[in-house]
Design a protein. Structure first.
Length: 454
């Protein structure tokens, strides 16, 4: 039995003092006791740790290397994508494992307990499958075994280069599968998770409306009845134009009318929605998987967070391209985007909760749903996904209650994260991952080998 005690902790009932959390050998919380005497490992401030709901781990190696203007004076997401395609042609399975492990380590140090890997880099350059069709999925699992992060692996189906069914273009050949080959790949990926601890999870994803046929999109939920379902949706204006031109409806409109979106689904980005689409999608139960740092980096647009949350919509947060892995900054960027658009302050606060508290509560709940993970609260029976903040920091001085979250998210950063547990695994201590040195060495070796591609 692991015992963790905190002077203050955020419980489902609200803030509590002198909280003892007992964790069983299975990684689940056994009991939570308030007004408890000091015992076990002692901390000043304990929070549930959220899920990183959307990651492409391999893209971490590109961070900081795509900030020059390309040959097109209107450099955009689409020119960035071409750079990404050229880079991934050089990646082998060893590189994918080392880079993903580095990203997962940084996620844990930022305060995430688990990650949803939206994984579409399946085959060899040229499109030929590996001998094990799920080889690269197995490398994602191997990275999680090294880092101790809670993994939800979401293999991604990607078949076409656009809504008109055209063939995959240069750089996309490593992604491609028809329905039968993807089913085999998905089964192999799930089997490859068997060596991970029991908090592992899996889902499935059609990449986007551009990359999968209408028929497959309509039948996808039935074909993969277990686990969460993810999809990129309404990220870019050219995407909206393409779907509308070819399928006669805007992306969110088409998905709502044809896919049967519900609480199994996590729609990633949704930065290009009309007010009516926002209302309908929020009411469907679909989780909005938001990645504000990446969405800012790629110029995607601004998610309609005010309208969404006011409708009771669920949100989760993710690091997507992993250009920067920073939990508090994702939340801050989401809220500041609303303020900038609407010329307002505290845009996402509620009458009974501060901005930071409302955001944090939302991503805890939404991340649990988007990952199919029994997490999101310091509560008996849940996975012991927890983080401790440095209560002695000057940034938290004389703060209590919701002001603690607001001060972390808006006045400080993730350097306040001292400790992180994933299903009871104490992977971050004193702000550093317990296996940081070998993980960094492996990453640096991979980057050295890839230097010509970078």
């Amino acid at each position: 039995m692991i015992c963790v005690w905190a002077k203050q902790a955020l419980l489902p009932s609200g803030w509590a003092k002198d909280v003892r959390v007992d964790i069983g050998p299975d990684g689940r919380i056994k009991t939570v006791t308030t007004d408890a005497p000091e015992a076990g490992d002692r901390f000043g401030l304990l929070l549930p740790a959220p899920v990183n709901a959307h990651s492409h781990g391999f893209q971490r190696a590109m961070a900081g290397l795509t900030e020059r203007r390309g040959p097109d004076p209107k450099d955009s997401f689409w020119t960035w994508r071409q750079l990404m395609y050229r880079f991934l042609q050089k990646l082998d399975p060893d590189h994918i494992e080392a880079i993903t492990a580095m990203a997962q380590m940084e996620m844990l140090e930022a305060g995430y307990a688990a990650s949803v890997e939206f994984h579409y880099l399946h085959h060899q350059p040229g499109g030929l499958p590996y001998a094990n069709i799920a080889e690269t999925s197995a490398r994602i699992a191997a990275a999680a075994a090294q880092t101790g992060i809670g993994l939800c692996l979401v293999p991604v189906k990607y078949q076409f280069g656009g809504c008109d069914g055209r063939a995959l273009g240069a750089g996309q050949d490593r992604f491609g599968n028809d329905a039968d080959r993807f089913a085999a790949l998905h089964a192999g990926a799930v089997a490859g998770l068997s060596g991970l601890p029991p908090d592992r999870a899996h889902g499935a994803a059609p990449h986007s409306l551009r990359a999968v046929s209408q028929q497959d999109l309509r039948s996808f939920a039935d074909r993969f009845p277990a686990g969460p379902l993810h999809i990129h949706l309404a990220e870019q204006i050219p995407e909206v134009v393409e779907v509308q031109r070819n399928w006669g409806a805007r992306p969110v409109e088409w998905a709502l009318d044809n896919i049967g979106l519900d609480d199994r689904w996590c729609a990633i980005h949704c930065t290009q929605m009309t007010p009516e689409e926002t209302l309908r999608l929020a009411r469907s139960g679909t989780v909005a998987g938001l990645c504000p740092i990446t969405e800012s980096s790629l110029g995607d647009g601004i998610f309609d967070g005010v309208r969404w949350l006011d409708q009771g919509g669920a949100i989760a947060i993710g690091s997507d391209s992993n250009i920067r892995i920073a939990l508090s900054e994702e939340l801050r960027t989401l809220d500041y985007s609303q303020r900038l658009r609407d010329h307002s302050r505290a845009a996402l606060a509620a009458h009974d909760r501060s901005t930071g508290r409302r955001l944090y509560d939302s991503v805890l709940t939404g991340g649990a749903r988007a990952s199919g993970r029994d997490t999101g609260a310091l509560e008996a029976g849940r996975w012991a996904d927890m983080l401790a903040l440095d209560a002695a920091s000057e940034h938290l001085a004389v703060r209590n209650g919701d002001a603690l979250l607001d001060s972390w998210i808006f006045a400080a950063d993730d350097r306040l994260v001292t400790d992180v547990w994933s299903a009871g695994r104490h992977m971050v201590k004193d702000g550093r991952h317990i296996h940081r040195a070998p993980l960094v060495r492996a990453y640096c070796r991979a980057i050295e080998e890839l230097k010509d591609a970078l």
